[in-house]
Design a protein. Structure first.
Length: 315
């Protein structure tokens, strides 16, 4: 995100931690897909030639027949970016997932785990697991436990970003309805946002939740809403002949967000948000999503290819 790009140049990263890994990343391969999972350290080697500090998640995503990284090489996809409660805070606080020390380990042959001990300001402990399923789909789960009563508005807001490298289209596609006709018949929507922070966020058709925030809360992607509501909790975008589909559990009531230039001109951000209302200290909360990267033929082909995963997420 643009607000974050300024931060990336000013952060002073603490000494990073690593648990059960001799490098700050883990390479996963399965089903023709190769995903490099990284913590928030900088990396400069043959695997990740120019990965910038502060960006954890999937640093590189490729598939057999497409060796080009889907994500901007400097940054990452499925990147744990923000913790917030709608109040104005210093940049380092709003972007605490970038600056707090993060451990990485290989949990098994197909799974990497990132662990955040309780973060300095928010005191939120988290475990992010990235698993490559048999067909190469990524299942990402987040478990988190608030360790202190630090969120003033009574909820926890978490934001995840995927920075896409120069796709032919900046837009995303989902099944939805106009916001003023949320009960109408679902149709395919082409999600377009004319500028960063302008109508960027799409809610579920039945999401009536209201989260208080400061009038000058600086992260414009979080609360500025689009003219659409989604009816099915998934969306996809297309980049260099490949589709990237992000799929969610209906119960998690994610909010889909997008920016046309979150990582600079021509590099959109295809994002999502998860909120934990009325949180309790010491309670464990869990979120699950899946992401598929596959050759693109048509909308119908992507819907068919993801159907099994979307059904699994409904359980």
């Amino acid at each position: 995100m643009k607000y974050g790009m300024v931060l990336a140049a000013t952060l002073v990263m603490p000494a990073a931690c690593s648990l059960g890994a001799d490098k700050p990343y883990v390479v996963l391969e399965r089903g023709g897909v190769r995903a490099v999972i990284v913590n928030n350290q900088a990396v400069k080697d043959q695997v990740l030639p120019d990965h910038r500090e502060g960006y954890s998640g999937v640093a590189s995503l490729t598939r057999r027949g497409q060796d080009r990284n889907l994500f901007v090489p400097l940054y990452a996809g499925l990147n744990y970016e923000h913790i917030h409660d709608g109040t104005v805070q210093a940049r380092d606080v709003l972007y605490e997932p970038r600056r707090a020390p993060m451990e990485i380990r290989r949990a098994d042959e197909h799974t990497a785990e990132l662990h955040h001990p309780p973060t300095p300001h928010w005191q939120l402990e988290s475990w992010l697991r990235y698993t490559l399923l048999e067909d190469g789909t990524i299942e990402m789960s987040l478990d988190c436990i608030p360790r202190a009563k630090t969120f003033k508005n009574g909820y926890i807001g978490l934001f995840f970003a995927s920075y896409i490298h120069q796709p032919e289209s900046l837009d995303i596609h989902f099944r939805g309805t106009p916001a003023n006709d949320a009960a109408g018949e679902a149709q395919w929507i082409r999600g377009v946002t004319p500028a960063h922070g302008v109508r960027p966020t799409h809610l579920a058709f039945n999401d009536q939740r209201k989260f208080p925030r400061d009038a000058d809360f600086p992260m414009t992607l979080v609360f500025n809403l689009s003219d659409w509501r989604y009816r099915e909790p998934w969306y996809y975008g297309v980049s260099h002949g490949m589709a990237f589909a992000q799929m969610f559990r209906p119960r998690d009531q994610v909010r889909l967000s997008q920016s046309p230039d979150g990582a600079g001109p021509g590099n959109p951000a295809w994002d999502f948000q998860w909120f934990i209302p009325q949180y309790e200290v010491g309670k464990r909360y869990r979120f699950v999503m899946r992401a598929t990267y596959l050759p693109f033929e048509s909308t119908e082909q992507v819907a068919k290819a993801t159907a099994t995963h979307r059904t699994a997420l409904q359980k």
